[in-house]
Design a protein around this ligand. Structure first.
Ligand SMILES: Nc1ncnc2c1ncn2[C@@H]1O[C@H](COP(=O)(O)OP(=O)(O)OP(=O)(O)O)[C@@H](O)[C@H]1O
Length: 211
């Protein structure tokens, strides 16, 4: 998967969040989108996922040399983010089975995932009764173990304790080969292994110069 941002800009009402952002992401590498709270990391990830449209500029996608229209990008990505909802009325196993109807897993069966999440004791527990750390492991596990070429992780260690952070780093390492990984973060332990950094703040300055 290759993603090219060309003179990308996003504004909400009259406020430019970032502007004139050109960057290229390539498969096999991990990238950290960095910036303080409210700097636009989630907004950029959301635009890359095709969920939001940019206000100016464009995003183009290619997979194995073929262009992919933005409306089709959701088929090729998995994402974990704090604002993402889970299906509260499902048990863990039901949630995994439902997810895998749309996104198959990478070399494991749905029944094996609870063990990898270290949530084997919660297989039949309703998701609504999960702790915040359990919810985060579930979101991350579904994203990491989905068979997709693009992995988008926004604040991946939110709500995780020290063991959870170690779990995230181990399972990301196991699942990043031949994928494009983009992480929105301002916490070094969740992005320090990344190959490249994209500091979104730099694109605020250009906004100020132009406005
Ligand atoms: N739907 C929206 N309407 C108006 N403004 C928005 C909307 N979504 C985000 N914003 C604004 O865009 C800016 C960037 O928000 P965003 O959530 O992308 O930042 P972030 O870098 O991910 O922050 P954090 O680290 O706190 O998660 C903020 O000023 C926010 O208030």
């Amino acid at each position: 998967m290759q993603i090219k941002l060309s003179s990308l800009g996003k504004r909400y009402n009259y406020e430019w969040i970032f502007r004139n952002l050109s960057f290229e992401f390539v498969s096999g590498k991990a990238y950290a989108v960095l910036g303080h709270n409210g700097s636009g990391k989630s907004t950029l990830l959301s635009i890359i996922s095709g969920f939001q449209l940019p206000s100016e500029g464009s995003v183009s996608y290619a997979l194995n040399g073929q262009n992919i229209p933005v409306e089709q990008v959701y088929r090729h990505l998995s994402m974990a983010a704090p604002y993402q909802d889970l299906l509260e009325e499902f048990t863990l196993l039901e949630m995994i089975q439902f997810h895998t109807r749309f996104k198959p897993l990478r070399g494991i069966t749905p029944e094996q995932l609870p063990d990898l999440l270290q949530l084997q004791a919660a297989k039949h527990k309703l998701v609504r009764d999960f702790s915040s750390g359990m919810r985060q492991r579930l979101k991350l596990g579904l994203a990491l173990y989905s068979d997709t070429p693009l992995l988008l992780l926004d604040e991946p260690t939110t709500n995780l304790d020290q063991a959870g952070v170690a779990w995230y780093l181990e399972h990301l390492e196991k699942n990043r080969q031949n994928r494009l990984v983009i992480i929105g973060s301002n916490v070094p332990h969740e992005y320090s292994f990344c190959d490249e950094q994209l500091p979104i703040n730099e694109y605020h300055y250009k906004k100020t110069l132009r406005s």
